[in-house]
Design a protein around this ligand. Structure first.
Ligand SMILES: Cc1ncc(C[n+]2csc(CCOP(=O)(O)OP(=O)(O)O)c2C)c(N)n1
Length: 663
């Protein structure tokens, strides 16, 4: 085929580098050609092709230093090969074998590796853009002169995550290279149905950032531009948006074909193949001839074959339940810290604030992020005065973008820091739900990467705040393996559990009941201390019945028991919901034979249902009556006081308690 001659400008690039760039593009191309054969033979399951887009992956990666993070997508094999990952590891990864990067737990390019400073995508595409922000922020805070590059297709730019990540990077002036690979189609959707502006790079103006449109098939344009930008961004941090124009020469994945792509377009882009054109250029420069090309190809081919044999020889991963379960969380050895200081009587909100402040003193790599948390001190004033103590680098006001900030917290963790994110109200975690349940929760299981992030969740009703400022949404998270969930009811617990949550490298959702913030007082040691997760507290002892609750429910139960001294009950405050202390519940049931569980949230699908099921399965023979669950009604939480009282379970609880006692 005749190749359209592309304009190559070698500038001051030496011959060695010119040839290296060629070899680096050839390698992913040849691997892909091999994979297409294996796919037809049924030896691999799926393939997302980057054929025709190699110049972007190779050009960007070659212009970066080995310690700088890259966050690639599903068509960026050239990133992995340019970072010189041994091919057999990639082959094992694609075959789901143990020698890959995920022990068979995730497919294709869905993995990261700290060793090669690559953080792979999750399927949801967009969240990794915010992760790049966090990685870059960690570099800036630790005065490392580095850039971070993150990739997205043009389809992915339609996600809100794209907007959030670019906006954050610009507001915070983070050294992130946002690389859009505009390859014409997102699955079958052409660009005309994806966005309505001429160039995606033009969006840079709206975000207040520099941006460029680059011929993504021209390796020297890519390499030179990224090299030049990188040099500047390392010295003077700030984001840049790059739109690489290219084309997807094969189907979205191999099975889906390209019927919907006009032939003329395929032909036109076929003449702009990044490797064939570059080959012609190197021949003209006198650096390459057919003999050298054949030699180069033979060398790569034998490397591919040798590594393929190795990967094919590896065993399939066996299912060992304990191995799978033990990798869901990073191992964390709880160490107890005690405070011998005399206590002072403080409110729950003060205890959270104190705990957070003392953790900031303990960990100088801890960063807090949230809306209005800096000078203003947060809407509940938990971080009041923190800026004076720790500065605005570590106590960061954020734009209103929960998803982007949760993703950025993950990026901080990947790059060696700790993060606490304050949701202004727990209700708004829905806007950051995707990265919490898909990114934070699954990273350790997928590729062994911790998510050292605590998300503070001011939650709860009985405050007359209506459907969007009163929810207690812990059940959204207790359902998701990989997350821990704390829900203290008292100042002493809140302070100690928060310190532990921050020490723990796993993601923790930390629920703080707004109704308790300023109504519950307790004597709390003034110094730093920790409390263990998974240990419930037995607040009252009695032989007639076991009451299990957490959060505000504990106080409702205490009030009712206070009004009814004739009821002899064990009252268990769970304190953390994941891990859940079933042992304390079982011990109590063995004594009382009756169980009632009180939760503030609407009943269906909540933790009380699981506690009930577990007791039925494991302590049925001790029960002297049916287990009772009491929760709010199956409806959104209403605003006006009478409606809210009707919704909440407090009054139904007394009735159910008496019924069960009389059973
Ligand atoms: C949130 C989400 N929605 C939909 C999909 C399904 N999906 C996977 S890739 C893709 C197309 C992506 O297009 P683009 O970002 O342009 O990248 P390209 O595949 O063209 O490289 C779609 C729709 C997904 N993975 N995640």
């Amino acid at each position: 085929m005749e190749y359209q001659r592309m304009e190559y400008q070698r500038k001051d690039i030496d011959n060695n580098t010119l040839l290296n760039l060629y070899k680096r593009m050839l390698k992913p191309r040849m691997i892909e050609e091999k994979m297409l054969i294996l796919l037809r033979q049924g030896k691999i399951s799926k393939w997302f092709s980057g054929i025709g887009q190699e110049a972007i992956s190779v050009g960007v990666t070659s212009a970066m230093t080995a310690e700088e993070y890259i966050l690639p997508m599903h068509r960026n094999l050239g990133v992995f090969t340019t970072r010189e990952i041994p091919l057999h590891r990639l082959f094992s990864q694609w075959q789901g074998k143990a020698g890959g990067f995920t022990k068979g737990r995730d497919r294709s390019f869905h993995f990261g590796t700290q060793e090669y400073k690559i953080v792979g995508m999750i399927s949801h595409l967009g969240p990794q853009l915010g992760v790049a922000d966090g990685i870059a922020l960690a570099d800036v805070l630790q005065n490392r002169e580095r850039i971070t590059a993150v990739f997205t297709g043009e389809g992915g730019t339609s996600e809100g995550d794209f907007h959030e990540a670019l906006n954050i990077a610009s507001v915070w002036q983070l050294p992130v290279l946002f690389c859009i690979e505009n390859n014409g189609y997102g699955l079958s959707t052409p660009t005309s149905e994806q966005y309505n502006c001429e160039n995606l790079a033009d969006r840079g103006i709206g975000y207040g950032m520099e941006s460029y449109t680059i011929d993504g098939n021209n390796i020297l344009d890519v390499y030179s531009k990224v090299g030049e930008l990188g040099q500047r961004m390392r010295k003077k941090p700030g984001p840049v948006l790059l739109e690489f124009k290219t084309f997807r020469m094969r189907g979205h994945e191999e099975a889906s074909g390209t019927k919907y792509v006009p032939d003329a377009l395929m032909e036109e882009w076929g003449t702009m193949d990044p490797i064939a054109n570059y080959e012609s250029f190197l021949k003209e420069e006198g650096l390459l001839d057919n003999i050298k090309i054949d030699l180069q190809k033979a060398e790569i081919e034998s490397e591919i074959n040798e590594h393929l044999q190795f990967a094919f020889g590896e065993h399939e991963v066996d299912f060992v339940e304990s191995d799978e379960l033990s990798d869901v969380y990073k191992a964390f050895a709880y160490t107890e810290a005690r405070s011998n200081n005399a206590g002072e009587k403080i409110r729950l909100v003060d205890a959270v604030s104190q705990g957070l402040r003392q953790s900031m003193e303990q960990h100088d790599n801890l960063v807090i992020m949230g809306q209005d948390i800096a000078g203003y001190g947060g809407v509940f004033k938990v971080t009041e005065g923190f800026v004076d103590a720790f500065g605005t680098s570590r106590v960061r006001n954020t734009p209103i973008c929960e998803s982007g900030i949760v993703a950025a917290a993950m990026g901080l963790s990947i790059n060696g820091m700790k993060a606490v994110v304050e949701m202004q109200f727990a209700d708004f975690a829905s806007s950051g739900f995707n990265p919490i349940v898909n990114y934070l929760a699954k990273s350790h299981y997928r590729w062994g990467e911790k998510a050292d992030v605590v998300i503070r969740m001011p939650c709860g009703g009985d405050v007359g705040a209506g459907p969007f400022h009163s929810q207690t949404n812990e059940a959204w998270f207790t359902k998701t393996p990989g997350l821990k969930v704390a829900y203290p009811a008292f100042p002493f617990d809140a302070k100690g559990l928060l310190a532990t949550a921050i020490n723990d490298p796993n993601p923790v959702l930390f629920f703080e009941h707004k109704g308790l913030y300023r109504s519950v007082y307790q004597e709390v040691p003034t110094g730093y201390y920790t409390l263990p997760f998974g240990k419930a507290a037995l607040l009252k002892e009695g032989h007639e019945i076991t009451i299990v609750s957490y959060g505000a429910g504990v106080h409702w139960a205490l009030e009712i028991l206070g009004n009814h001294p004739e009821i002899k009950a064990d009252l268990i405050d769970l304190r953390t919901l994941m891990p859940l202390d079933m042992t304390s519940i079982y011990t109590s049931i063995e004594k009382t034979g009756k169980l009632i569980i009180l939760q503030e949230d609407s009943l269906f699908g909540g933790i009380s249902s699981d506690i009930s099921a577990l007791v039925m399965e494991n302590r049925f023979e001790y029960l002297d009556g049916p287990i009772k669950r009491v929760g709010s009604l199956e409806m959104p939480i209403p605003f006006s006081k009478r409606l809210e009282n009707g919704y909440l379970p407090k009054e139904r609880f007394v009735v159910a308690l008496k019924e069960l006692l009389a059973y």
